[in-house]
Every structure is written in C-alpha cells, then in structure tokens.
Write a protein that binds this ligand. Sequence first.
Ligand code: WT7
Length: 630
Amino acid sequence: MTEDFDVRLVEDVKSYTPDPQYRKNAWMGDYQKVYNEFLANPDAFWEKMAKELDWIKPWDKVKEWNYPYAKWFTGARLNVSANCLDRHVHNSRRNKVALIWKGEGGSEQIFTYQKLLSQVARFANALKKIGVKKGDTVCIYMPLVPEQVIAMLACARIGAVHSVVFGGFGAAALNMRIKDADAKVVITADITIRRGKAIQLKAIVDEAIINAPTVENVVVLRRREPKVDLHEKEMDFYEMMEGMPDVCPPEEMDAEDRFFILYTSGSTGKPKGIVHTCGGYMVGTYYTSKYIFDIKDNDTFWCTADPGWITGHSYIVYGPLAVGATVFITELTPDYPDAGSFWNLVEEQKITIFYTAPTAIRMFMKMGESWPNKYDLSSLRIIGSVGEPLNPEAFEWYYRVIGKSRTPIVDTWWQTETGMHMITTMIGETMHPGFAGKPIPGVEADVVDKDGKPVKPGTGGLLVIKSPWPAMLRTVYKDDERYRKYWETIPGVYAVGDLAVKSDDGYIMILGRSDDIIIVSGHNIGTAEVESALVSHNAVAEAAVIGKPDVVKGNSIKAFVILRVGNAPSDRLKQDLLHHVRTTLGPIAMPHEIDFVDKLPKTRSGKIMRRVLKAQEMGMDPGDISTLEE
Ligand code: WT7
C-alpha cells in the first residue's frame, strides 16, 4: 500500500467543464459551498433535507451514533409509499406521469401518480387479505414490468419487508434467499420476455420453494394466454385485486423499522442480506435523486437497471418517485430488436436523464457509434454511470457519442450497503475521466492505509467512509457479525472494500475491489487499471485480468480479452496489446499471458467474476457461482 500508484493512465486524459448554465440551474448549486455547510453541521444538513418530505411524526433526534450502530431520525414515524405517491397526489402532481413502461412489439403502459397509487393500494389490500402483516417478508421475483414496482410499493405501504431477487437468478440462488429471509409470500410472473423469447420464471419458483417451508402463498402475474394453471396456495396477481378498495391507509412505520432486505455477493461467496430501514433510506435516496441527478418536474428519467438490484430500488423506485419524477422503464434489451433499441427509446420518450453501467457503455462501443448516431439524442441533459470504474476510454466515448460533448456525466460510486450515491462529480463541476469525483455533501470519505491513516495524494489506499449516513445498511440479516466487520476492519470507519487513489484536488479514482488487486514483484497493480489499458486499445472491447501465483514475482498477470468486431486473434495482435499496456502503464503492469475469448464470466449485474476465471485457470472450485450469468 505504500507503493505510489501510477496514474499516468489518466495524466494525458483531457478534463471537461460543462457549460456554466448547468451549475447555475442545478438544485445543488455550488458544490463546495454546500459541502462546507454540511461539514459545519452534519445533522442540520440532513434535517433540512428530511424536512422536504412528509412525516407522520417528526424525529426526536436526527442521528444517534453508537459506533458501529447508527439510528437516524429516531422517534419519527412515516411511510415511504406515502412519500412516493400520496405526497404528489395531494399536491399538483396528481395527474403527472409517474411511470412509463415499454415492452416488446410496441406495448406500452403509462401510470399517472393517481393511477399508480390506486393500483398500489389495491394490491396492498390484496396482500393484507392473504395475511401479510407488518414485518413479514415478501420475496419479489419478477420481470421488469410495472407490477414489480407496484408489488414493492404495496409492501412498503403495509410495512411488509420486501426481498427482491433479480429475475435472472436460478432456483438454488432464489431458494437460498427465500429461506434466509423467511419469506411468507413469493410474488412472481409466469414468464419474463427477453429478446423476443419467453423465459419461464414460475417454473424456477416452483423448484425454489420445495424445501422452503415458510412460504404460504405464491402470487403469479399471468402474462400469457391461455393463462397457466394455478395450484394450491397460488393466486393470480390481478384476480387478487378484484373488488379491492383503491384506498389503503399507509402503515405508520418507525424510522428505524426494517424497510427491505437485498442480497449482495460478498467475498466469502455466501450472499449477505443487506438490511435497510425506512426513514434514513428514504431521505438518502430522495436527496441524491434530486441533487445528483438534478431531477426537475419536466424530466424523464431512465435508469437502465432492474428494480431487483439496489440501483433499481434506489433510482427507479424510491428516490425518483419520492422526488415526483417521471420514470421510464423497459423490458427491452440494448441489443434487441437491434443495437439501436435504447437510442430509439431515448428519442421516442425524449429521455432527459439516462443512467447506465460501464459494461453497457463498453457494449455500445463494441456495437459501434453508427447506432446511436441514427437517433436524435438531443433531449439528454445528464448521463450517468454506476457499477464499476468508468475507464477513460469508455468515458470519452460516452461523453462524445451519447452526450454529444455537452451533457455532464455523473459517475456515481456507491454500493448495495450504502443505499445511496456517495461519490460523484456533481453536475457543473469539472470532470476528470477515470475519477468518479468527490464525496457528495452529506458524505465524508477518504483514502487511507490499513491503519486508517490518510495516504498522500497519488498513493493507492483503501476507500473508507468516515461517518454514518442516513441510507447506510443497519445490519446483515441474521449475521450482525458480518455487519460489524465493515466498521471494524479499519477501526472507526466504514471499510468499503475498494481501493482508490485521491488526486491533489480531492478527486477519487476507484481502482476496483481490494480483492482485485494483484501484487506483482511487490508492486500493486489494479486489475481495473490493466483492463482499462487493454480496453483503450482500439481492437479491444472488453478485458478481464487476474493474478496467478508465481514463484519469483509473487503473482503474474493473466488477461482475458474480447476483441471488437472486425479484429481477429493473432500472435501479432497479442504483441501489440502487450506493447500497448507497456507504454500506457509500464512494464510491471504487463500481462504475462493473454487469452482471446468470446465471453467473460459475469454476474447478472454485469460485473466480471474474476474469481471464476482464476478458479478455472488454477483448476480450483470457483465457490458460489449463483450470481453468474446463464
Ligand atoms: C461495488 C458495489 C451501487 C450500485 C451498483 C453496484 C463498484 C459501484 C462504481 C463506480 C467504480 C463502482 C465498487 C463498489 N462500483 N459504482 N461508479 N466506480 N466502482 O452495487 O453490487 O453493491 O457493488 O461496485 O467496487 O464497492 P454493488
């Protein structure tokens, strides 16, 4: 960790400052000024934010910090769904569009705030009727359809704890999550539609609930005609709602009542049930939706994630709806019906804020810029990225081809555990490709060594959060020890598990997970750095790098490379790539081996599973691969 990181990779990368209008018109205004206000009085900062929302009873204290446990807005009572729906219905947004959904073959569904509230209330009443009570866990395993959002909000309305499992997980992964969370009800659909094909979802649920004795009912959204048969304990999503009143008084929740559980993969392989609570999560996601994405009343906001991930929880459902935004979602994929599908939707829906992941951006790069160039993307005013480091090459492409060298990019760093954005470059501020940005007002972050001492700028270290924030996880479900680990690895601070470098002016570059660092001859080399270097070669679409034990060097680097269309694997190209890494990063970062591959093992959220590559390479057991795509 004492090794100076080589930030040469971004040294010759241009920085960009958006038009001053952006900062002038932004909710945030002057970042530094707001940040200083926060530092001067953190509780006052959050209190001001919380006051923008509706509370049944106000808090006694903004925060109680009892290291490593935090409580926020203690004594306050609220309901999140009431803030996402009723708050708008009772003011001028009753007839504003809350949700637009596009499916295949041009199908479309539009919900105003009033309509969404009515549907949520009816489904909430239906859940109550089958015995779901405050505190019960409901597992939601659905495709990307409006009913998934309705199911989540209905749980929130009655105080049921949802555990949403992404619809791409297999039976064993679903079974583990149902059992760990003691789910009483599973809400699913007969099918999910991917690239024109129907994929059976319910069959997976059937398998997953064998051996899951807590499950009393399965609710099925039947999309297909003729409708699939329902068995004992199974009920139809819409039949349940028939005759149900469209009014359902929101359950009065304590700010610290459990809101939802969401499983995330940990370094051990066994997924962790991250627990979020009502008050703090609502304030954190509301604040970041409004101030990081700068959502205004006439925006159409599209986050390309699935509600089944934290990105979807926070920035499809709870944050944007708490703000009163118009949210666009789609079951379509970026390559179907063709590689222009997303850009066609941006043009058609006049999307103004677009939020996606680097892996998608690199896929768009691979498909070629002629696709986005066919469409009018001039409605876009802010584009965002999340999930992994946005390498300078991808940044440049995203900025130039999608943002037309005009729109700011918000590269947002955060985690399932943080619940909300933590680090980004606020719109209007200068963007340095390769660097996510600075801690947002409300967040204190730093880069430290393993003893918690801040490292000097330009030196790699561990990213930490130095003080509690409202949307932080409260525990790991049934495994509080794992929760404490976050705060005890480096005493006094929350250890993120990422390696980072800070520049002289406080911008933070995320290098990747701490377990994705390879030590070669005593030098720290970030897999993300090497991958970024490889991807910056014009023949490379995507790359993954792992460390292999080496008796002399400690580790050697092996790279797996996917080529861009029009390039063929050859020894000459291999040499060319090695030379390229050598000249961008230096000889110590040069891979010792390069394999050309067609595919990389990825999680369904698009993260490369280097662990799997490594296990394969060494003939070892890859461990838990339940999050692996396909
Ligand atoms: C990990 C958290 C937060 C929603 C999606 C992922 C990596 C996330 C960035 C970013 C570099 C990033 C980190 C983090 N990550 N955003 N903008 N730049 N890395 O949630 O599955 O909980 O993963 O994703 O390594 O720790 P998650």
